[in-house]
Ligand binder design. Structure first.
Ligand code: COS
Length: 404
């Protein structure tokens, strides 16, 4: 057996009851495509160029059909969360930028798929699916990341058919390379969460500029955007005035599970690398894998990964099957899977010893790349708030029902 065949993602969990044959076929072909193409497309020294190339390649190969509904060239009538998760898990196993390029086409267009008018969907979704346009999601601000209801970017009426957007958005993935942004702004119908609306803003709209690029420990296209009297037609609004918070949360309810799936892919890759290394590395006249402490670390990681897999695909299956709000399931999936991936990758670094912290080694890259997943799309602490609130809400509902 070749080295490459020995180190390939194990997709055995796709035989679990959450999936159908179509998911399994999709996974096999995507994995085969990623194995043949991803390394050739990725240059971590040029993340902007790499992401542009990857989006185009993913579109040409048809993989971005997973991120739009079938009426706009996608695969299923509504977004199939399990398919999105499978794609992220496989791509993240191969390379974090491949996952990033795919994921952002989904997150950046997700609010349009869910809440856009037919006209907006016709205008924006086909080019996203084909990889001809790059999408982005602009929610966070310097003073409003976890607390979305505090966001301050304003959108005020400008004549009968337009609004004018002013403010700063930061931590915007694909910032600088996106063709359009879904922007959340305060329109003031009510205080707090009830006074926000969402708009699709083309990147070349006068007044929209890049205020700065952000460099992180695992670089990807990331920027701060400035909106200075940016005039946007009202036809670019998603949903109704004041629905912005709900639109952001409903979009995150889908994509948080997929962050968990990306973490799964990274954790699986780390464990695969660790098992390979522990089997080949000799220590005290025997393979490192013969040491029971090494075996304990590998076993803990395998169980962690299985548990996270169940949570991620439970969330996806529930959303796909019942088409209901899965706020608690998605938060649990993201929280557990990203925290567990950090643990699994850290154990893998330990198994690699000094080599695990050397630049150019896959484990070292994973160690840097996993960290942001515990923060973006709602930090672990926010997921705990969301889960606890859902528990309390369920209790209040029971009390109210008992009193009726
Ligand atoms: N789907 C639909 N509606 C939702 C919802 C969801 N998932 N979550 C909340 N809502 C609704 C609520 O039902 C409420 O409406 P009603 O008053 O009519 O019931 C309204 O939205 C406000 O909800 P809530 O009171 O929970 O708002 P808060 O401001 O307290 O929300 C949290 C706090 C922390 C939950 C929210 O701000 C959050 O998720 N923050 C993290 C955001 C994030 O992920 N940032 C990263 C940027 S994206 S990379």
């Amino acid at each position: 057996m070749t080295d490459a065949a020995l180190l390939a993602p194990d997709l055995g969990h796709l035989n679990w009851p959450f999936f159908d044959d179509d998911h399994r076929r999709f996974a096999d072909s995507l994995n085969d495509w990623a194995r043949r193409h991803v390394d050739a497309y990725v240059d971590h020294a040029d993340v902007d160029g790499t992401c542009r190339t990857l989006v185009r390649a993913l579109g040409d190969a048809g993989w971005l059909k997973a991120v739009v509904p079938s009426a706009y060239g996608g695969v299923s009538e509504t977004l199939d969360v399990r398919r999105l998760c499978i794609a992220r898990e496989i791509l993240a196993w191969h390379d974090s930028l491949a996952d990033f390029a795919f994921a952002m086409q989904g997150l950046g267009s997700g609010s349009i798929s869910l809440f856009g008018s037919d006209w907006l969907k016709q205008k924006y979704l086909p080019p996203v699916r084909e990889g001809r346009q790059i999408a982005a999601f602009a929610l966070s601000e310097p003073e409003a990341g976890s607390d979305v209801s505090a966001l301050a970017t304003s959108a005020v009426p400008d004549g009968p058919d337009h609004i004018r957007i002013n403010g700063l958005k930061t931590w915007i993935s694909n910032g600088g390379i996106a063709d359009h942004y879904v922007v959340f702004a305060r329109t003031g119908e009510a205080p707090g969460a009830k006074g926000l609306s969402a708009f699709v803003v083309d990147a070349d709209t006068p007044g929209l500029s890049i205020a700065g690029h952000i460099d992180t420990i695992a670089p990807h296209p990331l920027a701060t955007l400035r909106f200075a009297d940016c005039r946007v037609p009202l036809t670019h609004r998603l949903g109704m005035p004041g629905e912005g918070f709900k639109i952001a949360m409903a979009t995150l309810d889908i994509f948080r599970s997929t962050v968990g799936a990306a973490a799964l892919g990274m954790a699986r890759r780390a464990l695969d690398e660790a098992v390979k290394h522990a089997s080949e590395r000799m220590l005290f006249d025997a393979p490192l894998a013969d040491l029971q402490l090494t075996q304990a670390a590998m076993a803990d990681s395998a169980v962690d990964i299985d548990a996270a897999t169940l949570l991620v695909y439970r969330a996806g299956w529930t959303k796909d099957h019942y088409r209901v709000r899965v706020t608690r399931e998605a938060s649990a999936a993201k929280l557990f899977a990203t925290e567990m991936a950090q643990r699994v990758i850290d154990r893998a670094v330990q198994i690699f010893g000094g080599r695990g912290v050397c630049r150019g080694v896959k484990i070292e890259a994973l160690y840097r790349e996993i960290r942001a997943l515990r923060i973006y799309e709602g930090a672990s602490e926010v997921q705990k708030i969301v889960i606890a609130r859902e528990l309390l809400k369920a209790r209040h509902t029971k009390i109210r029902q008992a009193a009726e």
